[in-house]
Design a protein around this ligand. Structure first.
Ligand code: PGA
Length: 238
């Protein structure tokens, strides 16, 4: 069995973006043309800002995939596609991030099409993920199985609450890569910042491995790097 390695890289809150950037760059250096899963939300903004500041670009052959997207009935600035347009695509990299189409008429068909594209390039070399207030990873909400596939999901109330400022009302459904695809990544980078994540990060890293906290499945992944600021790590038992 592959030995498990969980590295925890700690950053002062003001250094979070820079430390996440250095950590990701080191991992990217292990691959010629990496397939990378990228998160959205508040947490990775500091990373993307650091990429912009450093004029970083992914390697020429890199393939970039969103790890999830909302289901909408039309264009909306809260979609993950719009997020990447603001924070990454236009400002940092030549490659577009491949995102399932938020307003697809048939979201189930859309996420399956996306999944075929992802598996067609061999799945993730590096999956960069955040952690939801409820322990979700991508939109693998509590109750998701460790071997869950790409699919359309009903968003949990706390997930909808996380984005309530950007949407009125927040979307009810999302499309997500499955937990199986994240578990199959060669490397997982879990980003966490802020005191509000301290409790759930502690549960994910040191609590029982359970569907109730999908991020806890990462305890079973062979190679996880947690990049966290000191605030999000403040509840870890030593
Ligand atoms: P956040 O979201 O970075 O906005 O806290 C993380 C997530 O839900 O995965």
């Amino acid at each position: 069995m592959t030995p498990k390695t969980t590295r925890i890289v700690t950053a002062e809150p003001t250094e979070f973006g820079a430390v996440a950037f250095e950590t990701l760059c080191n991992l990217l250096g292990e691959f010629d043309a990496p397939v990378v899963g990228l998160p959205t939300g508040r947490t990775p903004v500091a990373l993307y800002e650091e990429m912009t500041r450093r004029h970083f670009d992914f390697a020429a052959g890199a393939r970039l995939f969103a790890i999830d997207e909302y289901c909408t009935s039309g264009p909306h600035e809260g979609t993950n596609a719009a997020f990447f347009g603001r924070h990454l695509r236009a400002r940092v990299c030549d490659q577009s991030v491949i995102v399932p189409r938020a307003d697809a008429i048939d979201p189930e068909q859309e996420i399956q099409r996306f999944c075929v594209a992802l598996t067609g390039v061999g799945g993730f070399d590096i999956a960069v993920v955040g952690i939801g207030d409820n322990g979700h990873v991508a939109f693998n909400e509590p109750g998701s199985a460790i071997d869950s596939a790409c699919r359309v999901v009903h968003l949990a109330p706390s997930t909808r609450a996380q984005v309530a400022g950007a949407w009125d009302p927040p979307p009810e459904r999302g499309m997500t890569v499955g937990m199986a695809h994240i578990m199959a990544a060669d490397q997982v980078v879990l980003l966490a910042s802020g005191l509000a994540k301290a409790h759930i990060l502690s549960a994910a890293l040191s609590g029982p491995v359970t569907e109730r906290v999908p991020a806890s499945f990462l305890q079973l992944h062979p190679s996880v790097t947690v990049v966290s600021d000191t605030l999000a790590l403040s509840r870890q038992s030593q």
